[in-house]
Design a protein around this ligand. Sequence first.
Ligand code: EPU
Length: 294
Amino acid sequence: MGLTVRQNPSMSELTTLRLGGTAIAEVHVEDVRDLDALPGMLSTLGGTPLMLGRGSNLLARDGELPLTLVRVPEPAKPEIVSVSGERTTVRADAGMGLPALLSWLAGKGLSGMEGLTGIPGCVGGAVAMNAGSYGTDMRAVMRRVLLFSPQCGLRWADLEDVITGYRHFAPRTEDHWFLVLAVEVDVVEATREAIKARMTEIMNTKRSTQPLDAWSAGCVFKNPAGESAGRLLDRSGFRGRHLGGMAFSEVHANFLINTGGGTSAQALELIAEAQATVAADHGVNLELEVKVIP
Ligand code: EPU
């Protein structure tokens, strides 16, 4: 038990884009009972705290970064916490992989999260950005979230205590930073076969329309209302556009990929060029979905 500190972690080893410089330190919270000591530890280490899951939506800048990473405890197995009529409530820890949670639910014949198939992050990251696909998102199933912040300590937040939107989640309280530790989701019973068939269908579609095996952080821009950022980028000629080791994917123009040796400077230059061109061509300001850190 305790808080374990590792100095100078490399962001290229901790993000799916596999690029970026070195943070000040990485703090592993081994047990929720250690959380009270976390704010003090972070003040001592300095830098801006960054809650890090699987790093699948992050674009880390190059060089020495004024960041201290926080990692949540090892996840326990998900647990059914209650069954009421049609509804089954399942609790999952933040550190669990989202794909692993979806497999667990499918194995139990519990339906509701299949649309999130193919999203690579962990449960905590999925909550913290309200990850979504196929017309659903985390908010659609979320019942309450276990949060920690220096101001409010450890508490379960109900849906009315948080603000959610398209790829957005924030507690209503004025927290400097918050850590997602667990979530409870409401799902319903269905046959395992039907759930698995839907997941396979989604995975097959994503495999043919998204570069799932490339080093990427998923879609780099949010979709503007009623449009697809990928389609706009494609129409503006960005599909396959390269700069050094970075490129907009040939498979889907809204995926920025690291083809090897890419840098965040190259990524940010491509992003700026794409934003300027799409604004000029289509009158649309593309907003980043990936989080640029710091
Ligand atoms: N399209 C193009 N060219 C491209 C890419 C897409 O013409 O290079 C067209 C497609 O042919 C289709 C339309 O644009 O007609 C929409 O494409 P797609 O179905 O791939 O969906 P998307 O709007 O590009 C969104 C999410 C994805 C999610 C998929 C599937 C965002 C920014 N993207 O993509 O989420 O997986 O729907 O539900 O919300 C992510 O958030 O990281 C992400 C990958």
